[in-house]
Design a protein around this ligand. Sequence first.
Ligand code: SF4
Ligand code: SF4
Length: 221
Amino acid sequence: MQGQGQVIFRSLAKIADSPPDFIPTDSKAAKVSAEERVLQQSLKYKRRNFHFQCGKKRADGSDAVSREDDRLIKRDDILNALGACGVQCSKCFAYEQGDIQSHSSELKRLLGCFDVYAERFVTLLNEPRFKNYAPFKDLLQLFSEAGCRGCRQGECLFKDCGIIRCYRGKGVDFCFECEDYPCDRTNFDEHLKTRWLQINDRMKEIGVERYYEEVKDVPRY
Ligand code: SF4
Ligand code: SF4
């Protein structure tokens, strides 16, 4: 039988809309309540981090949420590196401070006034390929000027990309997580569409993190 004090305390807690697990002592109800609270917090955490599940939750309903900070940070890095289509923005020639941009800038700096030498080397070194230095330098200039911050910032050189305008509204990070995947809204040509399908099918199969491990050190092109 419950003590009168405890009954009053419970009523007051209810009126004040306080969590019932504030009720002290060894009450069984209090323990259940505390457990429920932990469960609620856990569910809240899962909902908040729904996008950190590598699509696994959406694909098969499994409870594969990682709560480790380093994995959450890693997921953020992955979202910065991969576009919503799955292609690696960070390896794109147009990506600001990407590998291609930074190496091109450095190469341009190292070559200095090589124009004069290229012209001379055609005959001096009997190497006709130095005649191609001017167009090479033009491309190097293009690469070193890269300023795109990636499609998640709403940019892409491919202005007609249908995914940029679509994926947020669908509530997904990647196309394979979308209920309409594969769709015909990408506006991709055949080559890009094939690549899009390969990438997204692979991510669906092994998860985003493992996919990223597979591709992060290989050239995009
Ligand atoms: S958004 Fe487009 S242009 Fe920009 S880095 Fe990504 S793929 Fe390249
Ligand atoms: S509708 Fe198509 S383009 Fe849009 S998110 Fe889904 S799969 Fe991607």
